[in-house]
Every structure is written in structure tokens, then in C-alpha cells.
Design a protein around this ligand. Sequence first.
Ligand SMILES: *Cc1c(COP(=O)(O)O)cnc(C)c1O
Length: 365
Amino acid sequence: MPQGISDRIRAVMRPSAAALEPYDPAFSQVRINLSANENTYGMPPEVKAAVDRGLCDAVTNRYPQPLSNELRSELARWHGVGEDHVIVGNGGDELLFNLFLAFGGRDHVLVSCEPTFSVYRLYAELVETTVVDVPRNPDTFECDADALAEAASRASIVVVTSPNNPTGNLFPIEQTRRLCEACPGIVLLDEAYMEFAPDGSSAEPLLAEYDNLAVLHTLSKAFCLAGGRIGYVLASPSVVNALAAVRQPYSVNVFSQAAGLAAVKNRKTFGPTIASIASERDRLLDELATMEDLGVTVWPSAANFLLVRMPDAHVVRNRLRDEFSILVRDFSSAPGLRDCLRITVGMPDENDALLDALRQLLKGE
Ligand SMILES: *Cc1c(COP(=O)(O)O)cnc(C)c1O
């Protein structure tokens, strides 16, 4: 329930809003922040310079282009689709919100696979959409393909995250195909972390075949623009127009459009840090796997984070923050994630600091 609202004011709220559990990233000021899956390298200097030039030249006395035309065409060129297959949003979150405004609501059904990104359920519940959870395998976190296809046959929206947040595993393309066939509604593949996955993992090649498929991307993770708030969806023109119909006309401001354009034009420059994050992820996975005798379980990941289970995870998380000034994300009391923490892959020295601190805490030194 949202806090700090008097009974009198709460009584006049939309009931679905009064019942919400608002999203809380649980940030605090720390030396090493590995809690929000950002790219901790920061922008390569030459991209930063291009972003700065774009921000300086931004015209502010006029409204922004509603559909971020220049950024939209650059994204379309990149992904090899027409501009009418692209819609830009104020972060991926806005586009998810728009998805529920356009396709959710009373008598509409969301199918998703928990544990996953909590925002889907939040937005679904806000607009009174029925949520049908097809739980993942508790040990591998894989989706149950048969149960999912069955549930999808009655869904207005199916959302599958690939790689999944917070479990890191990919969703097979053939299963996406099956969902698109089975579902009378929209199938959204949330690919916020796809840049960190092996080539060929994206569902994008299916876009040409299915007009009910949508693929969500963001510049927040791999492309260092979490603060700039730019996300986009690739989909058929019908789905794009449906999302456009419900959006706030000027949600993407001129600064965000300019920064996003500079980042996308210079996207290849991010290649080395993305590759380094992927190799650090694999190193961190190996190191954490050697801590099995300390009670650590770690799952493989195609994203820029790892899900790790350990004894007394909640206490470990607080001690990492308070004694080492390292922040990771606590999922220890989330359903299906008992004693789990999500650790964002940082730069090598950040990852070393994390490993040292974890070893100390778990050995009880
Ligand atoms: C981070 C994230 C997004 C989008 O983030 P924005 O910053 O709003 O673009 C979408 N889906 C998942 C699973 C994420 O982790």
C-alpha cells in the first residue's frame, strides 16, 4: 500500500491505486553500487562528448517531436525495420505502462512468469488487469513451455523477460514463436539486457512473421543512459500505433532525445565495455561457484547481473552496505527467491571488492 497518505485521501483514491505496493529500488549512497544493473563503466569519453554537444544544441522553447523522429529513424536503421515499427518512450518503463493502458484493464489478462521484473504486475494491477502467473521452475528458473502456451491462449498480454530479471536466463526463440501462435493478444519480449547475451538470442527475427509480437529495449543498461530515460519497442505498425494512442504526447523531452540519438549513433563505441562486462560476468560466476562450501549457489546469466543464493542473504546484503559500502539488490524475501541477492556486474576492481567482502562475511571473519 502506498505510504504517507491519510485515510481521508486514501478513501477517494482509485481502489487499485490505493492497494498498490509502490516500486522501491532501495537505493542508498555507497562507494560501489551494484544494485540497479547499470553500466558502471559510464559512457566512453567520445560518446559523452557527442551527448554533451547534443544537449547544448537542444532547442527548449519549442515542444519536442512527439515521436522522437530522428532517434526513431536511427533506431529503425540499426534494427533493419521501417520507422513505423519503432516507438520511443521515457524509459522502457513508460512503454510497459502504455502496454497496460492499451491492452490491459478489467476483463483483460496478463500472463507472466515469476519470479520476474515486478513492474509488470504493478502496472497490471493498477489498471485492474487479471494477473495469471505461470511460475518458473524453482531450481532452474526456466519457463514451463506447455503451461505458458496454454495460459497464453487466453491472454490479452503475455510478457516474458529475456534475459530474465533477476534470474538471468534466456527464453528460447522457438518458445516465443509458440506464444505468438497461441496468444490472441500481444506477446512482449522484454529484452532490456539482450546486449549482454550471445548473438542470435533475440526474438527480433520473428517480428517479420508476427503482428502481435513486441520487443522492448532500453538504453538504460548497456548504453549508460539510465538517467536519460530512453526505451523503445519494436513491433508491427498496428501495435506501435496502439501504444502511440495512449501515450503522453511529449513524454520524451528534447534532452533525452538528443542524448539518446548521440548514444545510438555511437553504439559501436560501447562494444568493448559490453564485452568486458560479459567476460567479468563469467569470471564472477566462476569465482562465486568456488564458494559452494560457504553455502553459495549461483545461476548462469546472459545479462549483466548474477542471481546468488547464500545463507542469511538479507543480513549479508546489509553488512555489505554498512561495512563495505557495497550495494546489491535484496530479493531474499521475494517469492521463489528465498535468500537470493542480485549482483550487478561492475568493473573488475568493483567485482574484486565484492568477492573479497563476500568471502569475509560468509567465512564469518
Ligand atoms: C531496467 C529494465 C527495464 C527498463 O528500464 P528503463 O530504465 O525504464 O528503460 C525493463 N525491463 C526490465 C526487465 C528491466 O530490468
